[in-house]
Design a protein around this ligand. Structure first.
Ligand SMILES: *Cc1c(COP(=O)(O)O)cnc(C)c1O
Length: 378
């Protein structure tokens, strides 16, 4: 009898591992919770968190918009009937041909953070709405900081919006991402203060901005509890009231929050080995860093792990590693999970809350180990 209570044992027994079991009902619940917390915001799901077709289908049916990073993500959203008016090309790094493609498909909202990209947009997406992505302040509270690669300082963002207007684009708003798995609402405060400054400066230049894109970052509980989504909503609405004379249009780009809890990753123990008497057992799984457990790199995300052994089975510390012949393919070494002493080859291991950044990241078949497959459930 397994402890995960996610799906029937008989179903799990017959699936090839590694596989992600995906409960679409949980995605619907998370979407509803977010809509409740932010009733006035347009939700655009960040497809990169999990591009599996049941995810896109479920969210398209629920009326969600989508945040796209590439031509393939755009095609995926359109295939499931997403309304182009609710799609945003949110990647600041894009080829001119892909901008033209998106424009031809009806996309009219684009993120940008550089002059070269604004010029590309003006040429390939004439008249489109543009929002500038602001550099996020580094925070100690995000498990996956996003504060260097994307965005620009507010002064640059102002110049870009002025340039956009000169080039007959529509300067439309501001975005930021405070870091993924953001454990505190505070960083939204700093970001919203900058966004409000941008709105005021733009108004002085005769540019009326409309949109604030609050990004993603909303966390889920892995091994540690996190504040509820309602706490984020209250804090964010408070910041907006404090900094903006009139509330802007809001957009959210959640990834993790919508899909993580919907996924249970099932894998198999390939080998248990003891290398030194004074070292923990090494437990090698048929999934590793390259097959989908990308967020285990650096041990940033620590998933709740269970087995089919009884809860009171004697346990001891293990080092968890993936199956490839690559020395980096170690999941947890500094952090030691305690797993049953009796664990052996062929046993299953269950990673809970694994619906985000697993199947999307494990897209290679390194050493011949296939990436995680998806099996969806109602
Ligand atoms: C990845 C990404 C998101 C989603 O972030 P989460 O932390 O998973 O909510 C949102 N917006 C952009 C631009 C992204 O790249």
């Amino acid at each position: 009898m397994s402890l995960h209570k996610f799906a029937a044992d008989s179903l799990v027994a017959n699936l090839q591992t590694p596989v992600l079991l995906l409960k679409t009902a949980t995605i619907q619940q998370q979407y509803a919770a977010l809509r409740d917390a932010f009733p006035s915001a347009q939700v655009c799901y960040a497809i990169k968190a999990n591009p599996a077709e049941p995810v896109v289908q479920t969210l398209a049916n629920a009326g969600s918009g989508f945040e796209l990073a590439s031509r393939a993500e755009l095609d995926l959203a359109l295939r499931y009937g997403a309304d182009p008016a609710r799609l945003a090309f949110g990647n600041t790094i894009k080829k001119r041909a892909d901008i033209a493609y998106a424009y031809a498909k009806g996309i009219r909202l684009f993120a940008t953070d550089s002059e070269a990209d604004v010029r590309c947009l003006a040429a390939a997406a004439p008249g489109a709405k543009i929002y500038t992505r602001l550099l996020a302040e580094p925070t100690a509270t995000a498990d996956w900081p996003l504060d260097r690669k994307f965005g620009c300082p507010p002064e640059t963002a102002l110049e870009l919006l002025s340039l956009a207007r000169e080039l007959d684009l529509q300067p439309y708003g501001v975005s930021f991402h405070v870091g993924s798995q953001q454990n505190s609402p505070e960083p939204w405060g700093q970001a919203l203060r900058r966004a409000a400054w941008m709105f005021a400066e733009c108004r002085q230049r005769g540019i009326d901005l409309a949109l604030v894109n609050l990004g993603g970052g909303f966390p889920v509980a892995y091994l540690k509890p996190v504040p509820p989504i309602q706490a984020y909503a209250e804090a964010i609405h408070g910041f907006i009231q404090a900094y903006f004379p009139t509330p802007p249009q809001l957009m959210l780009e959640p990834g993790r929050f919508l899909v993580a809890e919907a996924g249970l990753l099932v894998c198999e123990v390939m080998l248990v080995a003891r290398k030194k008497a004074d070292e923990a057992r090494w437990v090698y799984l048929d999934v590793g860093i390259f097959g989908g457990m990308t967020e285990s790199a650096g041990e940033a995300t620590k998933y709740p792990i269970t087995t089919d052994y009884p809860a009171d089975a004697p346990c001891s510390e293990v080092i968890l590693a993936g199956p490839t012949c690559d020395g980096r393919d170690i999941l947890y070494d500094r952090y030691r999970y305690a797993l049953p002493d009796a664990l052996q080859q062929g046993d299953k291991l269950y990673f809970a809350n694994a619906g985000a950044y697993t199947v999307s990241c494990g897209s290679v078949s390194y050493n011949g180990f296939a990436p995680v497959a998806v099996h969806s459930l109602p």
